[in-house]
Design a protein around this ligand. Structure first.
Ligand SMILES: Nc1nc2c(ncn2[C@@H]2O[C@H](COP(=O)(O)OP(=O)(O)OP(=O)(O)O)[C@@H](O)[C@H]2O)c(=O)[nH]1
Ligand SMILES: [Mg+2]
Length: 446
């Protein structure tokens, strides 16, 4: 991707009411004015003003953002055409005919990065924002786009740079054999702790990006499909009072308490001579193995409750993340008499009456975030950040040791390496392949 050409792309989808064509580059003001006829010309005086005009017979709105006050930091012109492919295609063809080339994926954001409008971490947040599937991932992406995460990396880098300068000044006086205090080693220890804390947020990021596979398991008729339908908010699975209704696993995506969840309904577990049902049950067992969290349903009103519990206990030792869901409590005279299964989280619900579903979601949320008192995550690093943070961490214990030994020269080498790694995260010192990989994930037009 060079930054010399004038580029153009469709910035919106093709099915909306409006299509936005975006142009960026040194000559787009001139190109834009060749493309359309309006009562007024696009000009510096008319910057950031919507002008009405005509482009290939289509009535359009045009706006000009003068550099550096635009998304890319370059001159940008946008045409807001009528929706549909035809108008967008005609406008793009006109832009190409007048001197633009088609933008590559992420090229607008790449130029914003090159022009210092955002750093690499913020550019990644643009992508996260577009891909976010629920309120929480969107909120985190917005915060990171606003610089919340970049500031943390910059602060670490600043602190390390300060330590390096302190270290170098001590080098100059090393001959005098001064009796230095512990400060530098302690400062590096604090930084190590902060980096470790940041690394922990990777788990949040990976949950938000990849979601959780949650499997609803149990004996036939326990109410698994009823729970699936309730959590989805619509009648996805067939529910009947015939044991063995669900024959195959059924997976749907849903956001539960802002956790992207792949919710799987399964065939009820039992010994079956029916060939098709037995195959379905094999799939249930496979899903249970792959599950990150299992909602294990028990029919609290069942006469065979003991065999339901036995099936669960058989799995208990193998799978840690089980929530025991005592369903159909509406059929019990006194649900308090339920003997909870020790060592596991137990929740009593009625899928039919929609009782205690919030309690079930509380249990799920706590289990996902691995804590009793769930705090909403604020930031979430990705795998690229994690790898570089781990590289940053690798030399710091050595630096701490060297400071304690007064070996400032060798300690400085470790600190310099750490500073370089942090710079790679925000893009101060990014290499071309990494940039290509990051911006290649974007859609065209962004
Ligand atoms: N009273 C009561 N009935 C329920 C409840 N949940 C489910 N049922 C009923 O139990 C029967 C079985 O429900 P399903 O959701 O089909 O059970 P399942 O576990 O998916 O069953 P299989 O697909 O056969 O494994 C249906 O008649 C439901 O209406 C509940 O909380 N209370
Ligand atoms: Mg079912």
């Amino acid at each position: 991707m060079n930054t010399i050409d004038n580029i153009c792309a469709l910035a919106t989808g093709t099915t909306g009411a409006i299509s936005i064509i975006r142009l960026s580059g040194e000559n787009v003001l001139e190109i834009g004015n060749k493309m359309w006829q309006g009562k007024e010309l696009l000009s510096f005086q008319n910057r950031r003003k919507m002008l009405l005009g005509n482009l290939n017979g289509d009535q359009v709105l045009a706006v000009y953002f003068a550099n550096p006050h635009s998304y890319t930091g370059e001159d940008v012109v946008e045409f807001h055409c009528h929706g549909g492919l035809r108008a967008a295609k005609a406008a793009l063809e006109s832009a190409l005919a007048n001197g633009c080339r088609m933008a590559e994926p992420g090229e607008f954001t790449f130029r914003a990065f090159v022009n210092g409008k955002l750093d690499l971490v913020q550019a990644e947040a643009v992508c996260d924002l577009i891909e976010s599937s629920n309120d929480l991932s969107m909120k985190i992406a917005e915060k990171q786009l606003a610089g919340a995460l970049s500031q943390k990396f910059s602060k670490l880098r600043q602190d390390l740079t300060f330590i390096l300068s302190e270290c170098e000044s001590r080098l100059d006086f090393s001959e005098e054999n001064l009796d230095w205090d512990e400060t530098l080693a302690e400062k590096v220890e604090d930084i190590v702790m902060e980096i470790e804390k940041l690394c922990e947020s990777f788990n949040t990021g990976s949950i938000l990006r990849n979601g959780i596979k949650a499997v609803i398991a149990g004996k036939p008729n326990a109410g698994k499909s009823s729970l699936l339908n309730l959590l989805l908010g619509y009648e996805r699975a067939i529910v009947t009072d015939i044991a063995g209704t669900t024959r195959d696993t059924l997976e749907e995506s849903v956001s539960l308490r802002n956790i992207p969840t792949r919710l799987v309904d399964t065939a009820g577990l039992r010994d079956s001579t029916d060939k098709i049902e037995a195959m379905g049950i094999d799939r249930s067992r496979q899903s249970i193995k792959e599950a990150e969290i299992i909602f294990w349903l028990l029919d609290s009103s069942s006469e065979n409750l003991q065999s339901e519990i036995a099936e669960l206990l058989e799995n208990k030792t193998k799978y840690h993340k089980i929530i025991v869901v005592w369903n159909k409590i509406d059929l019990l005279d006194n649900p308090d008499h339920i003997q909870e299964i020790e060592g596991l989280i137990n929740v009593r619900i009625s899928a039919e009456k929609n009782w205690n579903i919030e309690k079930l979601l509380d249990a799920y949320e706590n289990m996902v975030w691995d804590n009793g008192e769930h705090e909403e995550p604020e930031i979430a690093i990705n795998s690229r950040h994690l790898e570089l943070l781990q590289d940053t961490l690798s030399g710091l214990p050595e630096a701490i040791y060297l400071f304690r030994e007064n070996s400032y020269e060798l300690a400085a080498v470790q600190i310099q390496a750490a500073i370089k790694n942090l710079g790679l995260i925000t893009g101060e010192t990014a290499d071309v392949d990494v940039l290509g990989e990051i911006f290649g994930r974007f859609c065209i037009g962004k």
